[in-house]
Design a protein around this ligand. Sequence first.
Ligand SMILES: Nc1ncnc2c1ncn2[C@@H]1O[C@H](COP(=O)(O)OP(=O)(O)OP(=O)(O)O)[C@@H](O)[C@H]1O
Length: 214
Amino acid sequence: MTGAMLRFAGVDFAHEGQPVLRGLDLAVPEGGITVISGPSGSGKSTLIALAAGLLTPDAGRVDRRCDSLGVVFQNPALLPWKTAQENVAFALSGRVLVRRDRRDRARAALAAVGLAPGDADKYPRQLSGGMCQRVALARALVVEPDLLLCDEPFSALDGDLRRALWQVLGEIHRRRGLTTLLVTHDPEEVSALARGGLAISCGRLDRDGRLRGG
Ligand SMILES: Nc1ncnc2c1ncn2[C@@H]1O[C@H](COP(=O)(O)OP(=O)(O)OP(=O)(O)O)[C@@H](O)[C@H]1O
């Protein structure tokens, strides 16, 4: 897999016998942002689930070369009984860290996505949708992933918030050169990320489950 951190080779996938992805070839280059757009139902979430190893292809291969994986889903899925900081720290549960270290890393990740320090102790019900999505992004980043997978993370937000979060994602990418695969139904998302000066590779998933220009 020279140069690619994630590679799909001839991947077919069907949900309950219904073909979703057909002969999908995709190489996600190390240090780049790859954005795949496509209409609703074209298989974008399925592609992310395959990339994350949550699904297995029916044919072909998905090869992933990373030490640590971060995933941001369409729905932030925060634990309602934990504060923003505790939700982020939860992602570090498997690590041998003292409590203060865990807390400091969670706070730093929340600051990196632009959540105000005063909001770190709030519960999800006290936060707006945009704030919750920032927490979800911080939760994915706190493990210091070398590969970030994003499934329409900002699609439920209004225009200004979406743009603010694209900027956050762009800045994080610029700072860390984090290899990122993002799927979206929003063509504006592709051009907004590209306008930020990021080296973006694009592809489009069609309704027939085939990828063009990946
Ligand atoms: N768990 C499942 N069981 C059966 N069919 C599924 C399942 N998940 C998705 N599908 C079907 O697979 C197809 C692709 O779904 P997927 O969620 O990957 O598309 P998508 O491009 O992410 O859509 P959206 O933009 O609306 O989120 C759809 O026809 C969907 O109904």
